[in-house]
Design a protein around this ligand. Structure first.
Ligand code: GYE
Length: 306
């Protein structure tokens, strides 16, 4: 890497790529698995990783990116906590000639030249698949089906997109309606707290749609405490398919999970090498994913890696 050793005129370079990576935080099982994947893949690819945990704050991510620019890293990658507000710092990276890769989450910048590629899932699709499964389950319902929604971090791409995909799918059946929708910030504590409020305010809840497993797992505690049986009295749909979520599904407490893979590390390292070498890369690389019912979770669980 251009090691920033100014007394040698910046000429010293060990040939190793330095990648500055700004992570969202450690809010969920998904995030922990993603961090492990990035760290392991960097080591395997012989890439020097500068890792920063932003603790779910955009200002911390902007600081980290500015630090990476100052340190003259070769490539910057980050998972933007929210979608908006990145133009200035991305422009700074571009002016410094440092290629940027978005991993996991998107930004809403109109100028697509501010980053090289976006590697991650199709969150709208995850929401849609969740909604389509529910449509099928409730197709013979003759009365209202009341849904509560635990949203992810406000303003984040997965929260915006999962909400959108789900709403579009359930619009096909007028019996289905979202009676309450609020952010639980993708955490277990948030899911529990908001579900408690939902249960107090809504006498009849038929379905919970949680934007990730962790919020669904937190909500389980609130549901049980309210004397209801999760997976039976309330149908629970979540997204991610991390181990604890899959276990809840196999145990009959969740009913359906749309998978979102956190294992982005190896692809990210390939992309870092390519953009560093000046090679063209596709502007959008989508992660391959599936969905799980309770039966499928029982089968998949023994081989689940995270
Ligand atoms: O679904 C959630 C995490 O951005 C896809 O962030 C990711 C989401 C994931 O906190 O569990």
């Amino acid at each position: 890497a251009a090691c920033g050793n100014s007394d040698t005129g910046g000429a010293a370079d060990d040939g190793k790529i330095t990648l500055g990576f700004s992570q969202v935080g450690a809010e969920s099982g998904w995030r922990t698995a993603n961090t492990t994947s990035v760290k392991e893949a960097a080591a395997a690819a012989d890439i020097e990783l500068k890792f920063d945990d932003a603790q779910q704050k955009q200002e911390n991510q902007i600081k980290a990116i500015r630090n990476f620019i100052q340190q003259k890293v070769d490539v910057i990658a980050f998972s933007p906590v929210v979608e908006s507000g990145w133009d200035t710092v991305l422009k700074e990276a571009k002016d410094a000639d440092i290629p940027v890769i978005l991993t996991d989450r998107a930004v809403d910048s109109a100028d697509k030249s501010l980053y090289k590629t976006f590697l991650g899932s199709d969150f709208v699709k995850e929401g849609r698949l969740s909604g389509e499964w529910l449509l099928e389950q409730t197709k013979s319902a003759t009365g209202p089906v009341n849904i509560v929604e635990l949203q992810g971090t406000t303003g984040s791409a997965p929260a915006n997109d999962r909400k959108k995909g789900f709403a579009e799918a359930i619009a096909a059946n007028p019996n289905l309606s979202i009676v309450a929708s609020q952010s639980g910030d993708f955490t277990r504590a948030g899911g529990k707290q908001v579900m408690e409020q939902f249960l107090k305010a809504n006498p009849k809840i038929d379905v919970l749609f949680a934007h990730n497993d962790d919020m669904g797992l937190g909500a389980l505690e609130a549901i049980t405490a309210a004397g209801k049986v999760p997976g039976k009295d309330i149908i629970i749909i979540t997204i991610d398919a991390v181990r604890d979520g899959m276990q809840a599904l196999a145990d009959g407490k969740f009913n359906f999970i749309a998978e979102c893979s956190p294992l982005l590390g190896p692809q990210l390292m390939d992309l870092a090498k390519k953009v560093h070498a000046g090679e063209e890369v596709p502007p959008r690389i989508e992660t391959e994913e599936t969905t799980f019912t309770q039966e499928q979770a029982k089968e998949a669980l023994p081989n689940r890696k995270y």
